[in-house]
Design a protein around this ligand. Structure first.
Ligand SMILES: *[C@@H]1O[C@H](CO)[C@@H](O)[C@H](O)[C@H]1NC(C)=O
Ligand SMILES: *[C@@H]1O[C@H](CO)[C@@H](O)[C@H](O)[C@H]1NC(C)=O
Ligand SMILES: *[C@@H]1O[C@H](CO)[C@@H](O)[C@H](O)[C@H]1NC(C)=O
Ligand SMILES: *[C@@H]1O[C@H](CO)[C@@H](O)[C@H](O)[C@H]1NC(C)=O
Ligand SMILES: *[C@@H]1O[C@H](CO)[C@@H](O)[C@H](O)[C@H]1NC(C)=O
Ligand SMILES: [Cu+2]
Length: 796
């Protein structure tokens, strides 16, 4: 028997252990070795617990279902529609001159993203509210153009294809309505990445003797390479030329751990890779120990001199792996509390990805660039938000070296959607969650991530409300509904939660984990803590921008700032002035005042209200946005030299603009390729329009100033790497809506302090036991990609 082999019987509510019945359990492949050796080392024994009386195993329960009031018009295409689309655009008659993705080289055109275009709000709302037809379906198709040999650069171009299904009415047009650049074309510097890699590798190979001496590693471009090059991101433009700085990094060797971002080395190289002709590319500089060399020869001359200063070599080690290590913790091998739930209390329409919980309902959408978006969020039957979701995520680094100083990821370029991997049951989400698959289409393939979104109820771990006197004790549980996805973009893992509460609040929360992108320590003292022999923590800002299109009792809304200000007042009843405080109400009237920072000292209330619908006391009903966990941040870098015109949403904590069908998103994936000339420049959203009693959109930032310390090794931990805001009803309902819940108790006392009676408010008793065990993860799978280009094979 191992400690894994417990079959515990748990009461249904509150997860309190009522019995434990040891049972043999199949060995699980995933953690048994570590855990069992720990167990054996400590010679712990599990006391045999007795079977309780009166609790029977739960019968299978039926999950609540609901039928979405309308078909979900925010869902991506089906497999069949994507096949139809691919076939249509690959048809030579359409003139796109496409080569099937797997066969396409850098000098061919091929399709990258094929994605459903979410309908315009105007059309969508008319449909949802029952006064309009189902909106026409259109696709966004991104083509990587490499075939036109006389162009100076390869380029990406977005097209709008529709309506669907394909008919004579279907056209292919440039997709420009949502791009305020006025064009949907962007240079595609990634097109020649193979040639660039070869070009760089050859130069690295020519200095193998030097790198083996200084770094203990080399690059030749073969399987045996012990280092790799990590380039700045995005691409760097200097006087119209394209420059690329790269940093050397050790290739990890220890097991499966992706430790490479911790294995940074102190050698940097700069290449000019302007244009598409590799014979015109050249090495421009080598940087080692903060000294620049123009050529390999110059570097070699310096290296040969006896006084050449050698910096410490980067070394891999267990410190960089996330495996279990360190002294075991007391009693820690015993099973911790786990969350179990027998009867789901939320209803789902799986086909329509529609959810209903307590007084909330919403639809889900899922996109390549931004992952999950929620649509048509209703509370007590009324829409409070038309749309809520991520827009873009910046990770802006700083450093004395050209790699840290040249890196500011715009993660939408890589996309969140493709990296929503299967969630690990019992760890990422309770096993009793409702899981959803996500599907998306790029490069002619369907990628399915099974069980990559989870939905579950949770005891929030603190009470929603309570009060005690000598006469009674009244306490209400705080149960929330959590919608969760985790996106692992390269080295970093972002956990996104949308949490719904009994009091009508919605929390939007991001937590981060994964490997930091470290810097080589030398000369970086001002840009991070030294966290081991060769690494600096490399300071950076995470700024994740969201869109919240609130509609409070209709679309005519106003953003109000109510400041709490010190004030000196002479009251009629007082003899002298007194220093006190008061409220100061400001309405944001135009977009000119639409860039907003949280007031210092938290002395501000920020609400979206409807002035046409005052309540019985003359106050305007609204939803308030307020900071939750973490410190609210915007980008600390001003006018980023890296991001140029692509980060106008990082300058403040939040923004208010007028809703427009032409401004559905504040960024575009390809902005990363041309930061000075982005497809969408958010600053252009501000053109002085009225936002007083108009359909307004709130864009807000979550994030953190991340200055990694030794505790970020090997991975950042989520306790402190988190940030959230709440949206909460504000004069929106007459009283606290949590009073309606059954999940409260009232202990009423007699005059002499004895229990007179206990009010249970119609709660059901736990009536059966649930077995708990460590989750069986043997069926866990990564992303599964299936080609949708089969038809091209038949066509030859
Ligand atoms: C655990 O048990 C083994 C075998 O009974 C014994 O040799 C060993 O000393 C024990 N270890 C501890 C830490 O008690
Ligand atoms: C179509 O693309 C191929 C490369 O895939 C290229 O050789 C050819 O010139 C292109 N045709 C036209 C008309 O642009
Ligand atoms: C959405 O609205 C814009 C602006 O009115 C229009 O150009 C575009 O065609 C509409 N999109 C769809 C999918 O109908
Ligand atoms: C890699 O190293 C092995 C063993 O030293 C050698 O046989 C092989 O040729 C090397 N491969 C390359 C591509 O250099
Ligand atoms: C919104 O306000 C405008 C005037 O600013 C008015 O014409 C329109 O009818 C209002 N819409 C609603 C839904 O009340
Ligand atoms: Cu970070």
């Amino acid at each position: 028997m191992t400690w894994l082999s417990n079959l515990l019987s748990l009461a249904l509510a509150g997860a309190s252990i009522t019995s434990a019945l040891p049972q043999p359990h199949e060995d699980l492949p995933w953690n048994i070795n570590n855990r069992r050796s720990l167990f054996q080392k400590r010679n712990a024994t599990i006391p045999a617990l007795t079977v309780p009386t009166g609790l029977e195993a739960c019968a299978a329960s039926v999950d609540p279902v609901v039928t979405a009031p309308k078909e979900n018009i925010f869902l991506d295409f089906s497999n069949d529609e994507i096949k139809e689309l691919l076939k249509y655009i690959h048809d030579p008659a359409q003139g796109l001159n496409l080569t099937k993705y797997p066969d396409a080289g850098p000098w061919d055109n091929h399709v990258t993203v094929t994605e459903y275009i979410v309908p315009n709000k105007t059309a969508a709302v008319a449909y949802l509210d029952g006064c309009g037809p189902k909106p026409d379906k259109y696709a966004r198709v991104v083509v990587s153009h490499g075939a036109s040999g006389d162009e100076p650069e390869a380029w990406l171009e977005d097209y709008m294809v529709g309506p669907f299904p394909i008919s004579e009415k279907t056209t292919i047009q440039p997709f420009t309505f949502a791009y305020n650049k006025g064009s949907s074309k962007t240079p595609d510097y990634a097109k020649d990445s193979d040639a660039i890699r070869k070009f760089r590798n050859d130069i690295c190979a020519s200095m193998k003797d030097i790198t083996i001496d200084l770094l203990g590693s080399f690059i030749e471009g073969g399987k045996n390479d012990t280092s790799s090059l990590q380039a700045i991101d995005p691409m760097w433009e200097e006087d119209g030329k394209i420059k690329q700085w790269v940093q050397w990094r050790l290739i990890p060797k220890i097991a499966h751990y992706s430790t490479n971002t911790l294995l940074t080395q102190g050698l940097f190289m700069k290449f000019d890779i302007t244009g598409r002709d590799p014979s015109k590319w050249y090495l421009e500089a080598i940087l080692y120990d903060n000294k620049m060399y123009k050529t390999v020869e110059e570097f070699r001359e310096a290296w040969k001199k006896p006084d050449f200063n050698r910096l410490p070599k980067a070394k891999e080690g267990d410190w960089a792996t996330t495996k279990q290590q360190g002294k075991p913790l007391p009693y820690d091998e015993q099973p911790p509390p786990v969350q179990v739930q027998k009867q789901k209390r939320w209803a789902v329409d799986k086909k329509n990805q529609y959810v209903q919980w307590m007084d909330f309902s919403f639809y889900m959408g899922f996109a390549r660039d931004v992952g999950i978006t929620l649509y048509d969020i209703k509370y007590k039957g009324k829409r409070i938000m038309y749309e809520l979701g991520l827009q873009e995520a910046i990770a802006h680094y700083a450093g004395n070296d050209p790699k840290s100083s040249g890196t500011a990821f715009l993660d939408g370029y890589y996309g969140f959607g493709p990296y929503a991997y299967e969630l690990v049951k019992g760890y990422d989400c309770p096993e009793s969650s409702t899981f959803f698959d996500t599907v998306l289409y790029q490069n002619g393939e369907t990628t399915t991530n099974r069980d990559s979104i989870c939905l579950f109820e949770q005891d929030m771990g603190y009470t929603m409300q309570r009060h005690t006197t000598g006469k009674y004790a009244g306490v209400t549980k705080n149960i929330g509904l959590v919608l969760r996805a985790v996106y692992t973009i390269g080295n970093y893992d972002y956990n996104f939660d949308y949490v719904f509460y009994y009091d009508g609040s919605i929390e939007v929360k991001v937590r981060a984990s994964g490997y930091i992108q470290s810097a080589y320590y030398a000369h970086n003292e001002e840009y991070g803590y030294r966290i081991n022999e060769h690494s600096s923590g490399s300071m950076h800002d995470h700024v994740l921008t969201f869109k919240a299109d609130l509609d409070i009792m209709g679309t005519n809304n106003t953003f109000e700032k109510t400041l709490i200000v010190p004030k000196t007042v002479k009251y009629v009843w007082a003899n002298e002035e007194r220093n006190t405080m008061a409220l100061e109400r400001h309405e944001v009237l135009t977009e000119d005042d639409g860039k907003i920072n949280w007031a210092p000292n938290g002395a501000g209330i920020y609400t979206v209200i409807n002035k046409d619908e005052p309540n019985q006391w003359g106050e305007y009903p609204g939803y308030r946005i307020m900071p939750g966990s973490g410190t609210p941040v915007h980008m600390e870098v001003v006018d980023s030299t890296i991001l140029r015109n692509s980060a106008a949403f990082g300058t403040h904590h939040m923004y208010v603009t007028k809703q427009k069908d032409t401004e559905p998103r504040l960024a575009a994936a390809a902005n990363n390729m041309a930061p000075s000339e982005p497809l969408v420049d958010f600053s252009k959203f501000f053109d002085g329009e009225s936002v007083a009693q108009e359909d307004i959109v709130l864009w807000f930032n979550l994030g953190m100033h991340h200055v990694p310390h030794s505790g970020d090794l090997p991975n950042t931990v989520m306790t402190t790497a988190q940030s959230s805001v709440f949206f909460t009803p504000h004069n929106y309902i007459d009283m606290d809506p949590t009073r309606a819940t059954n999940q409260q108790v009232e202990v009423v006392l007699t005059k002499d302090g004895k229990v007179d009676h206990v009010n249970e408010f119609g709660k059901k008793e736990p009536s059966c036991g649930i077995s708990i065990h460590n989750p069986d993860l043997s069926a866990y799978e990564g992303a599964v990609s299936v080609s949708k280009l089969d038809f091209l094979e038949y066509n030859g």
